[in-house]
Design a protein around this ligand. Sequence first.
Ligand SMILES: NC(=O)c1ccc[n+]([C@@H]2O[C@H](COP(=O)([O-])OP(=O)(O)OC[C@H]3O[C@@H](n4cnc5c(N)ncnc54)[C@H](OP(=O)(O)O)[C@@H]3O)[C@@H](O)[C@H]2O)c1
Length: 329
Amino acid sequence: MYSANPNRYNDMTYRRCGQSGVLLPALSLGFWHNFGNVTPEAQSRAIVRAAFDAGITHFDLANNYGPEPGAAESRLGKFLHDDFAPYRDELFISTKAAYDMWEGPYGSWASRKHLMASLDQSLKRLQLDYVDLFYCHRYDPNTPLEETLQTLVDIVRSGKALYVGLSRWPLEASQKGYEYLRNHDVPGLIYQGRFNLFDQSPKNEGILDAATENGVGFISFSPLAQGLLTNRYLDGIPSDSRMAHDPRFLHADMLTPQVLDRIRRLNHLAAQRGESLSAMALSWILHHPGITSVLIGASSPEQLHQNLAAMKSVHFSEEECMIINDILK
Ligand SMILES: NC(=O)c1ccc[n+]([C@@H]2O[C@H](COP(=O)([O-])OP(=O)(O)OC[C@H]3O[C@@H](n4cnc5c(N)ncnc54)[C@H](OP(=O)(O)O)[C@@H]3O)[C@@H](O)[C@H]2O)c1
């Protein structure tokens, strides 16, 4: 029988999400990997418990996280039932739809038909009456923007989600989206995009600024570049790493000599700052104005604990920023 750490709120930092009433932990937990049927249930359960015990109140899912698609939601549903039933109101749970989920013309993209049906399926798997946050997981160029956005509005009105967000939407569509949602009294809560030391496109493309200007928070996915921005690959490819066992998303070709050289130099800078590379990579994201949270993955409670150190030094001197720019140029 699980009983949560009574000191779980002592060390976590909570940040306001845009101009909303919601506070999210500086570090949130993602369920993309390590919660499917190929991971022992006890391993997944230990990660979730470690997260909540450390004050991580935000869990991020999607309809298709697995494998098999849906398995991560089912697994969390079981944990919510077994371990977290007394803590539902201390948790902020998100899910998403718009990537391929089931066969046929309604199993993907961002029509009203897909989004509504997918959310109903997600709620069943999660064993919940509502999620705190529902995302449109990607922009759909073939569905009228108004159809997608009105569906998000209606989802909030139906009570099946408290807030809505956008993920991976291009700049112009996201700006139109914020305006539509605001005009329909359902302001967008948050934008979810990939932002890390190796991929700064939300900053360079104006997506982060647009979210901030619209009072919308920003949460960074793959903040460790799926593990590249850690000490994981400094001495080869460990057999238990994502690159070894799931090359669909993190292929060995990505570990070029140039990338490895950058990782080594960043690791050196982190050591000079007295922290691990993973902690520095996360705190570097968190030091940007407009960032609400970093959405980490972890394959063990130990990794999660190491990454919590990111909250200690969310400050970079001008000289450190110059060194980082030089390494990445
Ligand atoms: N909106 C979207 O389209 C989208 C896309 C991708 C992800 N996401 C969200 O973002 C979440 C996080 O993505 P991600 O898993 O790619 O995040 P990440 O934090 O960049 O990578 C996590 C992986 O890095 C390794 N790692 C983590 N901490 C470590 C440490 N201290 N030392 C060594 N290795 C460490 C582990 O890999 P090993 O398995 O090698 O141990 C871990 O699974 C997802 O779960 C999902 O919720 C959203």
